[in-house]
Design a binder for this molecule. Structure first.
Ligand code: TNX
Length: 639
């Protein structure tokens, strides 16, 4: 008898007969937590003879059966046979039919596991797909053994229909393979939207046939002497969309306008107000390079682009960004000023309203619905426009009051580019978001009326990639994405931080199995004291032999801890056997703000074991040398 059975039977006994019960099995530890989990007698064992059965006559269900067979082969090493039907012993049955409560949504399912068979039933294929994810998590639970499923009845459905991530592939390009891997990880957490941030100041990442320079020029930049960039061809996009679709994930493209447009303008300078030639820089922030709202050519260009985008993405939506558009250039542009006069607009803010209303009309003419960041509210967009609230939840409250549908993505809890609390930020002003804070997110503000609340479609978390190359994405996204997935799937009254953190112990072993390099604290490698650094420039060395053990990426963090003075770092180098194998000579400092730090990244192609590795840092204490600090190391596997 499984260890948890007595507890569950007790819970079952205590709960009112027939009612939907909320308790979850301690040994299953599914994330996001299902609506109802009830233990049953017996255990199902997957053997070489187990077959997967699917509803007759459905090509989609056949594909689903194949998907399940592929995933089970990964986790159990056994490739199961597949056939049509619903009967038989030692079978996993996937079938399309209703099962009570879950029928209220398009994505609910029930899973019934007994000694003879596992049945996953759902009114729609998406539900069957989520039942499969639950089954995968049961098999990946580590402790239970990869081929055994405890007897259980699960009835489950999502709280929100929009459960997404906003994924920035513009600041740093992320390979198609990386994108597909995240799509799989989203599916594992029952998420269904991949909001693809494809254009920004630092890069244009999608091939547009009519404007080849967007990618030949706009997709590349010099990053401190190294060429960085890349883009997705039309075939890449089709491949990603199809891959996501087979995992019930809608890919929503975002083409930013009028701001965050430097890369496009670098390719086609005539799109800006002053026509100046720009270069794409590897610097972050808000830039004044907007598409010109006065010239008709700009609109013709953007409409051409969106026409191609609409053709490539079957999504019902197109995201046009709209955030952080600094209006300096519009203020002095004769074309924009003429537009303001001709259209009787109040000012440049109203001009952005004009801009987004025009794009809204065009997007609707393509048969799609526009989404914009909460800034678009200032321009009074049409009623159908969806508002994505990122500057807190004010945009959600205001937008819902005005009758707009809402996606909640408040930066305070949902931005996973912000460091975890215990890591601290290397930029003193940057917010931090702990796992617990991510878990506390609520997509529906309490002050909404029931009617307003019905406009909340759901939510997104976000990974902005100014500071994230491929190998660092896992570390930022996980485990916070697990918390997020539960905030959008699980009913609010079933959410509980202690219960979640307990289930996360199992979930982390699953992430290990999936090769996810989730957040773990860096290792302490050494420190400096005021006595060591006061006075002139000093050279400090710390032994890192114990840390540099395998190829991959290493991050060193030089951190100020105590004292009123900062330090200026002239250079950092890694020595192997006394000789530099890596160095970074760009000046950096950690100011006296407590725990401010500098990160350095080193790519190690090969490690010579047995040789001593030393980190050598040349630095000068500022002021009177009242400063103490420490050095931390973390390893990142290649992704
Ligand atoms: C704000 S969220 C932005 C992004 C940045 C992000 C950094 C939003 C609509 N705009 O452009 O990458 O902050 O966290």
């Amino acid at each position: 008898m499984p260890r948890f059975l007595p507890i569950l039977l007790l819970a079952l006994f205590l709960s009112p007969g027939g009612a939907v019960m909320a308790q979850t099995s301690p040994a299953l530890n599914i994330v996001p937590r299902p609506v109802l989990v009830r233990a049953q007698e017996g255990t199902f064992t997957i053997t070489g003879k187990t077959a997967i059965l699917y509803s007759a006559g459905s090509a989609e269900m056949k594909e689903m059966a194949e998907y399940l067979a592929d995933r089970l082969a990964e986790s159990t090493g056994k490739r199961l046979s597949i056939r049509e039907g619903a009967d038989g012993g030692n079978v996993i049955v996937l079938k399309l039919n209703g099962c009570g409560e879950v029928d209220k949504t398009d994505e609910g399912y029930c899973l019934n596991a007994g000694p003879e068979r596992i049945v996953i039933a759902a009114p729609k294929p998406a539900g069957v797909f989520y039942g499969i994810q639950t089954l995968r998590q049961m098999l990946d639970a580590g402790g239970t053994g990869a081929a055994k499923v405890p007897g259980v009845y699960i009835s489950d459905f999502p709280r929100y229909g929009w459960r997404g991530i906003s994924f920035d592939c513009a600041r740093h390009f992320h390979s198609k393979e990386a994108v597909k891997r995240y799509i799989d990880l989203l599916a594992y957490h029952k998420m269904n939207v991949f909001h693809w941030h494809l254009t920004d100041d630092q890069g244009w990442r999608i091939e547009i046939q009519k404007y080849p320079k967007l990618t030949s020029v706009g997709a590349w930049r010099d990053e401190f002497g190294r060429r960085h960039g890349g883009f997705y061809t039309r075939d890449d996009v089709r491949e990603v969309v199809a891959y996501a679709r087979s995992r019930y994930i809608e890919v929503v493209p975002e083409i930013e306008m009028p701001g965050h447009a430097t890369a496009a303008i670098a390719a086609y300078p005539e799109l800006s107000c002053d026509g100046q030639q720009l270069t794409i820089k590897p610097e972050w922030g808000v830039f004044p390079n907007l598409f010109c709202a006065g010239k008709e050519e700009t609109f013709a260009f953007l409409e051409d682009v969106l026409r191609e985008v609409a053709e490539l993405f079957p999504s019902r939506y197109i995201h046009i960004g709209g955030d952080e558009a600094a209006k300096d250039k519009w203020k002095v542009c004769p074309h924009c000023q003429k537009r303001i006069r001709d259209e009787g607009l109040k000012d440049e803010e109203a001009l952005q309203g004009y801009f987004s209303r025009r794009m809204d009309t065009f997007v609707r003419s393509l048969g799609k619905t526009l989404i914009g960041w909460d800034e678009i509210l200032e321009g009074k967009p049409s009623q159908t426009a969806v508002v994505e609230s990122w500057r807190g939840m004010e945009g959600a409250v205001e937008g819902a009051a005005e009758g707009h549908r809402i996606i909640a993505a408040p930066e305070q809890t949902n931005y996973f580019d912000y460091p975890m609390l215990d890591e601290r930020s290397h930029i003193w002003w940057m917010r931090t978001t702990s796992l617990e804070k991510a878990y506390s997110f609520e997509a529906t503000p309490k002050k909404l009326t029931p009617e307003q609340a019905s406009f909340i479609m759901g939510a997104e978390c976000a990974i902005w990639s100014e500071y994230a190359r491929d190998f660092e994405l896992d570390y930022k996204i996980f485990p916070r994405l697990c918390a997020f997935s539960e905030t959008v799937w699980t009913p609010g009254d079933l959410r509980n931080w202690d219960d979640f953190s307990r289930r996360m112990e199992t979930q982390l072993t699953r992430l290990d199995r999936l090769g996810v390099d989730y957040f773990t604290p860096a290792f302490f490698a050494g420190k400096w004291t005021p006595a060591q650094v006061s006075g002139d420039k000093k050279t400090l060395e710390w032994d890192l032999s114990g840390f540099i053990t395998k190829p991959g990426h290493y991050r060193f963090t030089i951190r100020h801890d105590e004292g009123k003075d900062g330090v200026s770092v002239e250079s950092a180098a890694l020595l192997r056997d006394g000789r530099a194998v890596w160095s970074d000579n760009h000046p950096a400092r950690t100011s006296a703000r407590r725990n401010e730090f500098q990160n350095y990244y080193m790519d190690v192609a090969k490690v010579e074991s047995g040789k001593p590795y030393t980190l050598k840092v040349i630095l000068t204490a500022e002021g009177g040398g009242d400063t103490a600090g420490s050095v931390w190391v973390r390893y990142f596997a290649d992704k």
